[in-house]
Design a protein around this ligand. Structure first.
Ligand SMILES: NC(=O)c1ccc[n+]([C@@H]2O[C@H](COP(=O)([O-])OP(=O)(O)OC[C@H]3O[C@@H](n4cnc5c(N)ncnc54)[C@H](OP(=O)(O)O)[C@@H]3O)[C@@H](O)[C@H]2O)c1
Ligand SMILES: [Zn+2]
Ligand SMILES: [Zn+2]
Length: 355
């Protein structure tokens, strides 16, 4: 084992604070990575603040972070895919059984024995896994991704969760040229959803509750922007969408959006608010519409998404911060005050070693 600096929260009300955690020495198939950047996902916030306690209880202390890009510093003797010096990435998962039907289908995110990057039972060290708000991480090579060299590492980090979570459902539901696609919420996930839907050739409509994001949404690739509080504007789109992606992190009325779907249209929920969504049966019944969910994406599809981003020069729009500003970033995240993802520069840990 070796020690790595990290930021952890001791309880649902405690701020994140500097600490030291243990990482395993790489075993045969492991890759050791020095983390360069880690994105701040709203799921980090939900779990640090124990907002998902009924579905995914938080074990404290928690070290969040699952949008990781770094440099390989060590590899186990049986590792074939990576070598020291490679740029590599880790997303929301670090292990799975590799044998079940889901794993064989490349859907590791649905494996009953999946190990998430943080707040998941750690099969090597006991306790729970610790995520990317740290200097270094050790991961089985099956769960390490290759980052196209053309991509800026700070902006590439959020692709590992915000990217794949929006790419995967749009691929699954066949979003393609000429379709009308809605993206609800212009945050970390939402702004990636806009970039992908635009790249797939769809007509993209952004729904935002922040009127000041209108111009920005157009710059990011939206064709139209609707301020969701404006019911007149909403009504103009009734019954017209092929597909809508709901990325909202807080309580909201999903029926207002279901009614905008055409017959047989689909709305996929990826946002995971603390409270249940109240779905009116008639919103679905009239129009044979479907409501579904989606959880990140499998490893092969994550690599496909990264390669797509390499070809199309797609990264997240990030505000790079030192790790010492993480609590301030959390306060701003819940006010939707970031364009559009915080990316933590782990070089900032170096300033702490002098103390
Ligand atoms: N399913 C998955 O696999 C998966 C993966 C990652 C994250 N998630 C979940 O997806 C959600 C979004 O994550 P994120 O990192 O993109 O968060 P984020 O950056 O905070 O974006 C969420 C957006 O939701 C909108 N919003 C926030 N509060 C709202 C309110 N009260 N009413 C209406 N709209 C509101 C805001 O967009 P506007 O300002 O434009 O309205 C905000 O930018 C979170 O719940 C997260 O846990 C799920
Ligand atoms: Zn995430
Ligand atoms: Zn499995």
């Amino acid at each position: 084992m070796y020690k790595s600096k990290a930021y952890s929260a001791a309880s649902a009300t405690a701020p994140l604070a500097s600490t030291s955690i243990s990482r395993r020495d790489p075993t045969e198939r492991d890759v050791q990575i020095d983390i360069l950047f880690c994105g701040i996902c709203h799921s980090d916030y939900h779990q640090v603040r124990s907002e998902w306690k009924d579905s995914i209880p938080t074990v404290y202390p928690i070290v969040p972070g699952h949008e990781i890009v770094g440099r390989v510093t060590k590899v186990g003797s049986a590792v074939t895919k990576y070598k020291v010096g490679d740029l590599a990435a880790v997303g929301c998962m670090v292990d799975s059984d590799g044998t079940c039907a889901q794993c064989k289908a490349g859907l590791e995110q649905f494996c009953r024995n999946v190990t998430f990057t943080y707040n998941s039972p750690d099969r090597h060290l006991g306790g729970v896994t610790y995520g990317g708000y740290s200097q270094s991480i050790v991961v089985n090579e099956r769960f390490v991704l290759r980052v196209p060299s053309a991509l800026d590492p700070a902006g590439a980090a959020p692709l590992l969760c915000a990217g794949i979570t929006t790419y995967s459902p749009m691929r699954h539901w066949g979003v393609t040229k000429g379709q009308k696609v809605g993206i609800i919420g212009l945050g970390g996930l939402g702004h990636m959803g806009v970039k992908f839907a635009h790249a797939f050739g769809a007509h993209v409509v952004v729904f935002t509750h922040s009127p000041n994001k209108k111009e920005e949404a157009l710059r990011l690739g939206a064709d139209e922007v609707v301020v969701s509080r404006n019911t007149g504007e909403m009504q103009k789109h009734a019954g017209s969408f092929d597909f809508i992606l709901d990325t909202v992190s807080a309580d909201h009325d999903i029926n207002a959006y279901i009614n905008l779907l055409r017959i047989d249209g689909n709305i996929t929920v990826v946002g995971a608010p603390e409270k249940p969504l109240g779905v009116l049966a008639f919103s679905l019944i009239f129009g044979r519409r479907t409501l579904s969910g989606s959880n990140i994406g499998g490893i092969a599809e994550t690599q496909e998404m990264l390669d797509f981003c390499g070809q199309h020069h797609i990264t997240a729009d990030v505000e790079v911060i030192p790790i010492q500003k993480v609590n301030e970033a959390y306060d701003r995240l819940i006010k939707s005050d970031v364009k559009y993802r915080f990316s933590i520069d782990m070089a900032s840990f170096r300033s702490e070693s002098r103390h």
